[in-house]
Design a protein around this ligand. Structure first.
Ligand code: FAD
Length: 286
């Protein structure tokens, strides 16, 4: 197996253009598991760890540009205040060892429906920055990035450079159901992001459909029915939960049944919206 080690982004793009079959490796917490279990043996690995800029983040106005190689631990420690949904999800990934190595870029690259970063990225309206030598930069909204089970909009000659996420304009929450508290792939997960400036609520569903997805009907319902100046109406909350559950299309598998997942999505949707709403009202009252 060939091992390619570019030291700059330009070299990485060139390597991917010349050998599209080369598999990028960042933290390796997905790639190495697949190789160790002989799931597949790529002809070449493209190690991105020497491309230092990928492991950094920067700010452009209200937008945070999170490098594809920034490990979860840095998101938790350095971006928890501005990207709370993503930081909460990052805290639930694997174990400290996995959070030291694993990255959002790798989560996006793997495009598993159960990846924990996807629901908060969807709820926040994040944009994935990808690039190829031939066609330059493409900005892909998160909700257009996931195409199928472990399939994304990334072309064979493209690499993920960063993900762009607006600083939270309101409370955000992530909730995950697993069979235990740590080192667990989600049975299902849910994220909510309040965007009070736009009188809008964003959603993200994980591990309850072939791809991570938004609950569009539920978002539309809240855009019409949520009264931002009063209490959160119980009937509105219940309907929101139902519509989120309806947006899922889960399967029965080793981690849980489709029925359980539908039920849990409704519960998590109601719970996270209540938490977020209470925070929002508290800040307004202060
Ligand atoms: C014990 C254990 C527990 C885990 N627990 C969780 C969990 O709780 N939640 C969760 O979501 N995941 C979990 N995972 C999976 C994994 O840790 C995450 O998906 C992580 O985000 C992968 O990041 P990475 O940098 O290690 O990716 P890598 O393994 O390096 O890469 C993953 C995929 O992304 C591609 N890729 C990487 N970087 C790029 C790039 N810049 N451009 C294009 N493609 C790229 C790779 O080719 C590969 O297909 C766990 C894994 C293990 C081993």
């Amino acid at each position: 197996m060939e091992f390619l080690r570019p030291t700059t982004w330009a070299e990485a793009l060139a390597a991917k253009a010349d050998q599209p079959e080369a598999v990028p490796i960042q933290g390796g917490t997905d790639v190495m598991v697949e190789i160790n279990f002989d799931v597949h043996r790529p002809p070449a690995l493209l190690d991105l760890n020497q491309v230092g800029e990928l492991a950094t983040w920067s700010r452009e106005g209200d937008t945070y540009r999170v490098g594809a190689g920034l490990p979860y631990v840095k998101i938790i420690e350095e971006l928890g205040g501005v990207l709370p949904g993503l930081a909460q999800a990052s805290r639930t990934v694997g174990s400290p060892q996995i959070r030291n190595r694993g990255t959002v870029g790798g989560n996006l690259g793997a495009a598993s429906p159960a990846g924990d970063s996807h629901p908060p990225l969807l709820a926040a309206g994040a944009v994935v920055e990808v690039e190829s030598r031939a066609r330059g930069v493409r900005m892909i909204p998160a909700h257009e990035f996931y195409l199928g089970v472990k399939r994304s909009a990334l072309e064979p000659d493209e690499l993920i450079r960063a993900v762009r996420v607006e600083a939270a304009g309101g409370p955000q929450y992530f909730s995950k159901v697993g069979t235990r508290n740590a080192m667990v792939i989600a049975v299902c997960s849910f994220s909510v992001a309040l965007h009070p400036g736009e009188r809008r609520v964003g959603t993200g569903i994980g591990s309850a459909a072939p791809t991570p997805r938004r609950a569009l009907e539920a978002e539309e319902f809240l855009a019409n029915e949520l009264d931002w100046d009063t209490r959160l109406d119980t009937a509105v909350l219940r309907r929101f939960g139902e519509l989120c559950s309806r947006a899922a299309s889960p399967i029965d598998d080793v981690r849980g049944t489709a029925d359980y997942r539908r039920h849990a999505i409704a519960v998590m949707a109601r719970r996270t919206l209540t938490w977020a709403w209470n925070d929002y009202r508290k800040v307004r009252a202060a």
